[in-house]
Design a protein around this ligand. Structure first.
Ligand code: FAD
Length: 306
């Protein structure tokens, strides 16, 4: 791009090289090239960008099949799946978004939402972290998915638009695979040095071995903006984190205080949602705030249930 503009400038200068006013001509040539070149450069940049912009692989209006290229076991019941996005494509995600996966069981389509843990920063692939339930429908299909197999997906669907520096502190309470939407938001914050938002993550699991994505989370916890508390139902001897079921005292110590400057996200299995925030009314509706967060003085607007 830049060399094209410069070479045009020098070509003009070259045609004037033998003249007494070569230097001013050179100057004019540069100015002319600069003006014409500026417009051309803008056009070139736009075209080059359009040519270079990776295609968006997902569609929110139709299911598309994506090939699984890697399966990595994270815990006894949770795997990371890497899907190929054709032609170096990107998911086209904004934070925070999910997608839906569809499987056909005995002639009936079953659809469930999942949260990609990678976004447009990794063209050509996308990762999902999925907990497999033996009695589950779609998660069981994930459990049976092998490299070379495929999954039908549609999306992305925006849960809300995360805005850097909109809040001072964000508390996150999650359990098991409920970490995935939190993961998406923390990743966006940590990647953006201009985002001063502080994160206080409370991540609940049954045993230490159940903690998924711990390596990445521990790395994020080195960032002064991120603090992490792991809570285990069954802690091992000498465990330094939280232990037992969540209560108000724990949440009071680990979450940002109720304030319009702060926000709390919640995502986890139904019993946890019930006790922390009350259930979501439906996929699209938050419903009333209940549970411990309501008792602690958070307002409905200060809590988002994934
Ligand atoms: C917005 C959103 C994003 C999500 N993102 C992810 C994600 O990134 N990764 C992920 O693994 N899951 C995610 N989930 C959960 C996922 O959508 C499914 O609910 C889950 O995979 C179970 O679906 P299933 O069809 O296998 O089980 P279902 O057939 O729906 O349930 C059958 C049985 O499985 C068990 N079961 C199912 N879900 C739970 C649960 N949460 N806790 C305890 N037992 C359960 C129960 O025994 C239940 O009776 C997300 C959910 C939402 C709403």
């Amino acid at each position: 791009m830049f060399s094209g503009v410069v070479s045009r400038g020098f070509a003009t200068a070259g045609s004037n090289a033998g003249r007494a006013n070569a230097l001013p001509s050179l100057g004019r040539g540069f100015v002319a090239a600069g003006v014409v070149g500026g417009a051309a450069t803008a056009l070139w940049t736009q075209r080059a960008y359009m040519a270079a912009a990776p295609p968006v692989a997902l569609s929110p209006s139709e299911f598309r099949k994506f090939k699984c290229v890697k399966v990595e076991r994270l815990t006894a019941n949770t795997n990371k799946y890497v899907f190929e996005l054709p032609d170096g494509g990107v998911p086209g995600l904004t934070v925070a978004s999910c997608l839906v996966c569809k499987v056909n069981i005995d002639g009936a389509d079953v659809i469930r939402p999942y949260t990609p843990t990678t976004g447009d920063e990794t063209p050509g692939s996308m990762e999902l972290v999925v907990k497999v339930y033996d009695q589950g429908k779609v998660s069981k299909a994930f459990g049976e998915l092998k490299v070379g197999g495929s999954m039908e997906m549609k999306g992305p669907f925006k849960k809300f638009e995360y805005k850097p520096n909109d809040k001072k502190e964000i508390g996150m309470v999650c359990g098991g695979s409920g970490i995935t939407p939190m993961y998406q938001v923390i990743d966006a914050i940590v990647r953006n040095p201009a985002d001063k938002t502080k994160v206080k993550l409370v991540f609940c699991n049954v045993t230490q071995e159940d903690i998924i994505l711990k390596g990445q989370i521990d790395q994020w916890a080195q960032d002064p903006r991120v603090s992490v508390t792991y809570v285990l139902d069954k802690p091992p001897a000498g465990w330094q984190g939280g232990a037992g079921y969540l209560n108000q005292k724990m949440l009071g110590a680990w979450l940002p205080a109720p304030s319009p400057d702060n926000m709390v996200y919640v995502c986890g299995p139904p019993p946890m949602m019930n006790s922390v925030s009350g259930p979501k009314k439906s996929a699209a509706e938050q419903g009333e705030l209940a549970g411990m967060l309501a008792a602690m003085g958070y307002s409905k607007e200060q809590v988002f249930k994934f």
